[in-house]
Design a protein around this ligand. Structure first.
Ligand code: GLU
Length: 283
């Protein structure tokens, strides 16, 4: 059975790009007689506003979607800690005290998410009393797993290249945010039985990291579908702070949500909004 999910973070209201993501994931599951899940990814420390989640549910219902809701991330922190412990025991994590600005100043390579960690704390470990994040030693991990592949529904088989992003953080320094997105989302997709991970092409590179984590933690390997993003007139991803109305605004203004979902399905976009050209041959 196909199981897809929509996994919004309640850091801000949903907009049209989220609606597209939810409609795509919903339809891929429902057309195949499968399940469409909603998972609230609410572990983003001070940025997380759990009060927004009710609005998300109202947005999905307004779009005419049907879903089953699964456990939010805030209720699964013990599972994230246990997985991190396992990776630490395998000698695959190392503590890192570096700040963003230190990394930006020292990095010599840029990866899909910005500066690639230059390995400073791998060479000179932090003192015991310093607050630290825990990074995955990607080279060591890949040496253990050997080469890995994964499959995008449209772009086909991909060679996993977690090395491009470098030694990503799996456990954050900020104790209010227990696990990084990579660790939490990978564990949740397995726990929720997701078989087709559907999200925007902006997260294509994250999938390389998730595939490596699946191999290390012996998790089932789903398939992926990375869909095009919606862009504003300046070619940037839609964002409320740049003036794109939220779904809640549209709902409040009396717009027909089901008609909006149908327009997205048909590729009819509101004035000024375009679809990103596919980066990886995905639709
Ligand atoms: N919480 C993530 C976001 O809102 C979800 C990413 C994913 O679908 O894996 O961007």
């Amino acid at each position: 059975m196909i199981v897809t999910r929509f996994a919004p973070s309640p850091n801000g209201p949903l907009h049209l790009g989220h609606a597209l993501s939810a409609v795509v994931a919903h339809d891929l599951a429902k057309e195949a007689g499968g399940r469409f899940l909603l998972r609230i990814e609410d572990i983003d420390g001070a940025r997380s506003r759990p009060d927004l989640a009710d609005g998300f549910r109202a947005d999905l219902a307004w779009l005419g979607l049907e879903w089953d809701e699964v456990t939010p991330q805030s209720a699964r922190v013990d599972a994230y800690a246990a997985a991190a412990e396992r990776l630490r025991d395998m000698g695959l994590l190392y503590p890192c005290r570096c700040t963003r600005s230190q990394i930006a100043a020292l990095a010599t390579e840029t990866g899909p998410d910005g500066p690639v960690y230059p390995g400073t704390c791998k060479e000179a470990p932090p003192r015991k009393d310093e607050p630290v994040a825990w990074r995955l030693d990607v080279a060591k991990a890949l040496a253990l797993t050997g080469p890995l592949t994964w499959t995008d529904r449209s772009a086909g088989e991909q060679q996993a290249r977690p090395d491009l992003a470098g030694d990503v953080v799996l456990v954050r320094k900020d104790k209010t945010t227990p696990a990084s997105y990579h660790l939490a989302a990978t564990l949740d997709d397995a726990a929720d039985g997701v078989t087709l991970v559907t999200r925007g092409t902006d997260l294509f590179a994250a999938t390389h990291v998730h595939r490596l984590l699946q191999a290390l933690l012996h998790l089932p390997v789903p398939r992926w579908h990375h869909h095009a993003l919606l862009l504003d007139e300046d070619g940037r991803k839609l964002a409320k702070r740049r003036g794109s109305p939220s779904l809640a605004d549209r709902r409040g203004a009396g717009e027909d949500g089901r008609a909006l979902a149908d327009a997205l399905r048909a590729g009819r976009l509101p004035a000024g909004i375009t679809r990103s050209r596919s980066l990886h041959g995905t639709a």
